[in-house]
Design a protein around this ligand. Structure first.
Ligand SMILES: [Zn+2]
Length: 460
C-alpha cells in the first residue's frame, strides 16, 4: 500500500488530519505524520516544522500506519472533520484506568447548565524518562553497550528511556533535583482533597448547584499521557473546568543542563557535559537546571490557548479564573516565603498546547460542551528560592530513594564524602523552614478555593 498524501487547506491542522485518517492513537499521534514543503520532507517525530502546518503543505500518512480510511474521509472533508473528536485513545483510557479514575458517566453533547459542576484536574507530565523514540540507534548505542557490558542494568536503561507519550518531565529543582512531575503528582491530588473537603460549605451557599465532582486525569506519576488524551478525559467526563498544573523553569536565567550521561560508568561522568551536547531531542526538550540563581523573580504564570480556533468564551473565562488562581497563589507563596518581592504573579501568555487545544477538548464545535481550560505554571523551581520553598528537606527525604533521580547516587554518610557529593551534584543544604511548613498543602488549599469560588464562570 502506498503512502497517502493530503493537500493541506486553510482550516486543516495536523491533529484534524491525524484524527480523520484514523491513525492509531488518533489526533494525538500527529507526530507519526510527515510533511512535504518546498521539496523538503519533515518527519514530525524528529523535525520541527517551521511555523507549523501551512496551507499548501502536503501531509504524508505513511502506509505502515494502516490508515486505510484516510483518503476517503479527508476527501469527504466535512463529514469527518465535523465529527466529534474520538474519546481518549486506548492508551489514554488505560492510563486513566490505571490511576483509578472512574469510568465516564453519560454526558450529553449539548449539555447545558446542570445542577452539577464537574472539574477535571491534570497533573503535568509523568512516566519514567527520556524519549527513546526520538533517539537514533547511534545515540542509544552507548547505553545499550553499557547494558551488554554489565555497566548498567536493564532496569536502569528502562528507567532512563520512556517508551512513548509526551515530555515525561520538564523542570528540575535548582538545588533539590526534585522532578516537576513528582511535584505535580503531589499537588494535584491535594487540590482534589481540599475541594472535596470544602465543597459542602460551598454547596450550602449556592442553592442552584446540587453537586460538585472532581476527577483527575491520572494519579500515578510513572504513567504518562499525551496532551490530547488528557483533554480527552476532560471531554469524556463532561468537565466544566479543566485545570492543568505544571512547575515551570524560568527562561532567561543561567542554566546548566542536566547531563543524562551521569549514570556512573556510562559514557561520561563529568557534570560539564551538557545535555545539548548530546542531543536535546533525545529528551524531547531541554532540562534547565539553575546553577546559581539564588534570586530571581518567580511565581505563578497562566497559559491559555492561543489557538485560532479557540472559542472566545472559553479563553475569556479561562483567563478570568486563571488570573484569580494565579493571583491568590502568588499571595500564598509570598506569605510562606515571608517576602512580597521574591514572588509575584508572572502574568500570562498564549500557547498552542495539546491539552488545552480546542480540537482535543471538542470546544471548537459550539454544539459540544464548552470546557474552560486553565493551565497554570505554579512556580519556577529552577530558581533556587522556589525550589527551597516547595521541596523541603523533609519532602526530599520522603521521596528520595523511591524516585528516579537521574542516577544521582544517594547521599554518603562521611562528612568529606558528603561535601564531595554535594559539590558534584550541585546540592546545597535545604532550608530549615518553620515547623509544619508544607507548600503543597498551602498551595492546594489556595487553588481549591479559587476554583470553587469561581464556578459561576462555567459556560452553559
Ligand atoms: Zn511542565
Amino acid at each position: 500500500m502506498a503512502d497517502t498524501k493530503i493537500s493541506v487547506g486553510p482550516s486543516d491542522s495536523l491533529w484534524k488530519i491525524a484524527q480523520s485518517c484514523g491513525i492509531p492513537g488518533g489526533g494525538s499521534n500527529w507526530q507519526a505524520l510527515r510533511v512535504e514543503r518546498g521539496g523538503k520532507t519533515y518527519n514530525l517525530a524528529t523535525d520541527d516544522l517551521p511555523g507549523g502546518l501551512k496551507s499548501g503543505d502536503t501531509v504524508v500518512v505513511p502506509s505502515e500506519l494502516g490508515a486505510s480510511s484516510c483518503q476517503s474521509e479527508v476527501n469527504g472533508a466535512s463529514a469527518a472533520l465535523a465529527q466529534a473528536p474520538a474519546t481518549a485513545s486506548a492508551a489514554g483510557q488505560k492510563a486513566q484506568a490505571a490511576s483509578g479514575a472512574q469510568p465516564a458517566t453519560e454526558v450529553s453533547a449539548t449539555a447545558s447548565c446542570s445542577t452539577k459542576v464537574i472539574f477535571v484536574l491534570d497533573p503535568g507530565h509523568g512516566g519514567r524518562a527520556a524519549k527513546a523514540s526520538f533517539a537514533t540507534a547511534a545515540q542509544l548505542k552507548p547505553y545499550k553497550d553499557a547494558v551488554a557490558a554489565g555497566k548498567m542494568t536493564q532496569a536502569q536503561y528502562d528507567n532512563m528511556f520512556d517508551l512513548g507519550g509526551l515530555s515525561w518531565n520538564n523542570a528540575l529543582g535548582a538545588v533539590s533535583n526534585t522532578l516537576e512531575k513528582t511535584m505535580t503528582h503531589r499537588l494535584i491530588p491535594l487540590v482534589r482533597d481540599h475541594m472535596n473537603a470544602m465543597k459542602g460549605t460551598i454547596l450550602a451557599a449556592q442553592p442552584s448547584i446540587k453537586s460538585i465532582e472532581v476527577h483527575l486525569t491520572k494519579e500515578d506519576e510513572y504513567v504518562n499521557m499525551t496532551g490530547a488524551d488528557r483533554a480527552g478525559v476532560a471531554r469524556d467526563k463532561g468537565a466544566d473546568f479543566f485545570f492543568c498544573c505544571h512547575f515551570d523553569a524560568a527562561p532567561g536565567t543561567t542554566h546548566v543542563h542536566l547531563d543524562i550521561t551521569r549514570v556512573k560508568g556510562v559514557v561520561d561522568e563529568k557534570r560539564s557535559v551538557t545535555l545539548t551536547s548530546i542531543d536535546s531531542k533525545l529528551l524531547g526538550g531541554s532540562y534547565p537546571k539553575s546553577a546559581a540563581s539564588s534570586a530571581g523573580s518567580r511565581g505563578p504564570t497562566l497559559l491559555y490557548s492561543g489557538h485560532k480556533d479557540s472559542p472566545p468564551k472559553t479563553v475569556q473565562n479561562a483567563r478570568i479564573v486563571g488570573a484569580i488562581i494565579s493571583k491568590n497563589l502568588a499571595t500564598t507563596l509570598q506569605t510562606a516565603e515571608n517576602s512580597p518581592t521574591a514572588v509575584s504573579a508572572q502574568g500570562e501568555s498564549a500557547r498552542q498546547l495539546a491539552n488545552i487545544s480546542p480540537f482535543n477538548l471538542g470546544t471548537n464545535d459550539p454544539k459540544k460542551k464548552q470546557i474552560v481550560p486553565i493551565y497554570l505554571e505554579a512556580d519556577f523551581i529552577n530558581v533556587e528560592s522556589g525550589d527551597r520553598l516547595w521541596n523541603t528537606a523533609g519532602y526530599n527525604a520522603e521521596i528520595g530513594a523511591s524516585r528516579t533521580r537521574w542516577g544521582i547516587p544517594p547521599e554518603p554518610a562521611g562528612a568529606t564524602e558528603k561535601e564531595a557529593w554535594k559539590k558534584a551534584n550541585l546540592r546545597r543544604e535545604m532550608p530549615a523552614l518553620p515547623a509544619g511548613h508544607n507548600m503543597f498543602d498551602k498551595a492546594a488549599q489556595s487553588i481549591a478555593l479559587s476554583l470553587l469560588l469561581n464556578m459561576h464562570h462555567r459556560i452553559c
